[in-house]
Design a protein around this ligand. Structure first.
Ligand SMILES: Nc1ncnc2c1ncn2[C@@H]1O[C@H](COP(=O)(O)OP(=O)(O)OP(=O)(O)O)[C@@H](O)[C@H]1O
Ligand SMILES: [Mg+2]
Length: 619
């Protein structure tokens, strides 16, 4: 049973001394708390033994002394008890923060493929909601367990010494109740896992609806979107109600248990007091112990259910951290630094395994998937081989879906590749230290992603301490400088979440400007000029040529003019190289490239004549 909680141990261990001190405080507070009924019992007995012959003063001073002892002990209980809470609950926050950081750290190391498979809502829900359950697991639950264990053992020992028979009878129903509680708890665990997964699903839906607001509005999908949201919300509600029902059943069970024990002590113990077998004082103390036990017995319900819910949440959280990091840091013995040199690709193929075989997080499998189709694998790159000397430019063109982005991702080490296929400067890319790789290889992805910060901060993402003059220079090369006048705060304009208040072309050029700020050896541009008009693109290309001279470059583009000067151009068709050569060779060949070139040239001339600005997304 404890194995489920084992992953928490390394986090708990760091705070062991203060947790133990907290537990010690609990022990002390319980000991003192249990002492109070004894003091009351003693006081009662001394009143009972008082006779008028002793004088009133003796009665008053006796009462005063007892009152002082009792209130002093109660004060000590509250101080020690507060300290225990401060220590243990404080630690639960620290443990939760550490677990959160650990999970987040792992998330950052996971390859992009993980995020393509698992929706953000599912991941977010785990990191936020499941973590909250884990926090109660290491906070209140530990606190209550320690307190209840101490209270039960103290009370039972003292009660047993007072009247063994009544104690045994009073505690007899407990084992049965525990058995029943365990059954309910297992149901709570299953229900809770399903409810948390439904919450993840709901978060994914909210995330999707918010990101897709524009499409929803333009397509008038509000009603159907609401219906989809509603269905998920209702499922989450129903599953939660079921868990609440099971948890609610625990409360009467525990309450019934304490009432039953009280009845036993009242009835049986009362009879024994009447017959003179037991004294009034100890009997009263015993009743008070039962009263003390009522509290923990009730919290036992919470403890048992949270233990089970916590186990479910822990599993969901650590499912993330046990997800394989597909692009690993090479082991120290094998790790080499990035050495600039020839890029050699030898027989590169990429096949996406069938969806049913891809490792998804529980609940992240796409819905409504045809089981037969889920078993189909897709080969998107087939046996590509090429060599690119240091400082040379490779152009990659081809129809949409031909595998250009996949190739760019593999080269940027965003997608795993087996050993012996790609090497740079003589080393297999899998052996190059990842941090070094990320520092020396610049990749501008097809979809420009901006953070909700200022434009300048977005450009300086890879070098936050870059001087302003260099940022301005980078913005100039990417031809973004002309747009700055239109923006309210120029370079300091905050671009909104994901850069919403910039145009598509401005976003692309911002992403491009990032690379100019860095000293990269290998630069990979994935169709970075698609949303920019021809003339701006030409200016960027001219600037790029200067910036990229001496750097090994891979340019993926729909616009053929972008790759015109490349040392070699690959024309991809369905993942394979259909044609290859320089611009002139390909034109002379009269194949796909020549045909595309002619079409684009003609289109550009026509648009120029009509004064229309075109972007390659339109060609
Ligand atoms: N995770 C995936 N699983 C299965 N197939 C995928 C996956 N990602 C991409 N594909 C498929 O791989 C093929 C190549 O995609 P890729 O993005 O490389 O094309 P592209 O040439 O960059 O297209 P575009 O010009 O539109 O950007 C496409 O048919 C795509 O559907
Ligand atoms: Mg692409």
């Amino acid at each position: 049973m404890f194995r489920e909680y084992a992953p928490l141990w390394p986090f708990l261990r760091r705070y062991l001394p203060s947790t133990l001190l907290g537990a010690l405080c609990i022990l002390l507070s319980v000991g003192l708390k249990v002492w109070i009924p004894l003091l009351i019992g003693e006081a009662l007995e001394s009143f009972q033994q008082w006779s008028p012959a002793d004088g009133k003063d003796a009665l008053v001073s006796g009462a005063l002394e007892s009152a002082l002892w009792i209130s002093g002990t109660a004060l000590a209980v509250s101080i020690v008890r507060t300290s225990s809470r401060f220590l243990i609950l404080g630690n639960s926050r620290r443990v939760a923060a550490d677990v959160r950081a650990h999970v987040f750290d792992h998330l950052l190391r996971l390859a992009p493929s993980f995020f393509l498979r698992n929706p953000a809502g599912q991941i977010m829900s785990r990191v936020i909601n499941d973590l909250r359950v884990v926090q109660s697991l290491v906070g209140p639950v530990i606190l209550y367990i320690a307190e209840n264990l101490a209270l039960f053992s103290f009370c039972v020992v003292v009660m047993f010494r007072t009247d063994p028979l009544v104690t045994v009878l009073a505690l007899a129903p407990y084992p049965f109740a525990f058995f029943k509680a365990r059954q309910l708890a297992l149901r709570i665990q299953l229900g809770s896992a399903a409810a948390q997964s439904a919450l993840g699903d709901l978060s994914t839906k909210v995330d999707e609806s918010l990101s897709g607001q524009q499409v929803i509005k333009t397509m008038a999908l509000e009603d159907s979107d609401l219906a989809q949201f509603d269905a998920r919300a209702r499922r989450y509600r129903d599953l939660n109600l079921e868990v609440t029902k099971q948890r609610a059943k625990l409360v009467p069970l525990m309450l019934g248990l304490t009432s039953l024990s009280t009845v036993v002590v009242l009835g049986l113990g009362g009879l024994r007091v009447a017959s003179g077998e037991t004294e009034l004082g100890p009997w009263t103390a015993m009743l008070m112990y039962l009263g003390i036990l009522a509290g923990p017995t009730r919290t036992l319900g919470f403890v048992i259910s949270t233990l089970r819910r916590g186990a479910a949440s822990l599993e969901r959280l650590f499912e993330i951290t046990s997800s394989e990091v597909e692009i690993q840091e090479p082991p120290p013995g094998q790790r080499v630094a990035f050495t600039p040199g020839e890029l050699v690709v030898d027989g590169l193929s990429v096949t996406h395994p069938p969806i049913s075989e891809q490792p998804h997080l529980e609940g992240s499998m796409p819905e409504g998937l045809d089981p037969e189709r889920a078993k189909v694998e897709r080969t998107v790159l087939r046996d590509l081989s090429f060599r690119l000397k240091r400082g040379e430019v490779l152009g990659v063109v081809g129809h949409t879906g031909s595998g250009k982005t996949t190739l760019a991702r593999v080269l940027a080490r965003q997608w795993p590749v087996e050993r012996g296929v790609i090497s740079i400067g003589g080393s297999d890319i899998n052996d190059v230290a990842l941090a070094d790789w990320r520092r020396r290889v610049g990749f501008v992805p097809q979809e420009a992603f901006l953070f909700g910060r200022s434009l300048a901060a977005n450009v300086a993402l890879g070098r936050p301490d870059a001087p302003r003059s260099e940022i301005e220079h980078a913005v100039e090369i990417s031809q973004l400088a002309n747009d700055l006048d239109q923006l309210p705060d120029g370079l300091d304009t905050v671009v909104g979440e994901r850069g919403v208040n910039l145009s598509g072309g401005q976003r692309q050029r911002t992403a491009l400007a990032r690379v100019f700020l860095l000293e990269r050896e290998l630069v990979i541009l994935d169709d970075t000029l698609s949303a920019v008009d021809t003339h701006t693109a030409d200016r960027i290309l001219a600037a790029l040529e200067k910036f990229l001279s001496g750097k090994t470059t891979v340019i993926v583009s729909h616009r053929l003019s972008a790759v015109k000067h490349a040392h070699e151009i690959l024309v991809l068709e369905e993942g394979a190289i259909a044609e290859r050569g320089t611009h002139d060779e390909l034109l002379a060949r009269g194949g796909i490239y020549a045909e595309l070139w002619e079409k684009q040239e003609r289109h550009e001339i026509e648009c120029d004549e009509l004064g229309i600005e075109i972007t390659s997304e339109e060609t």
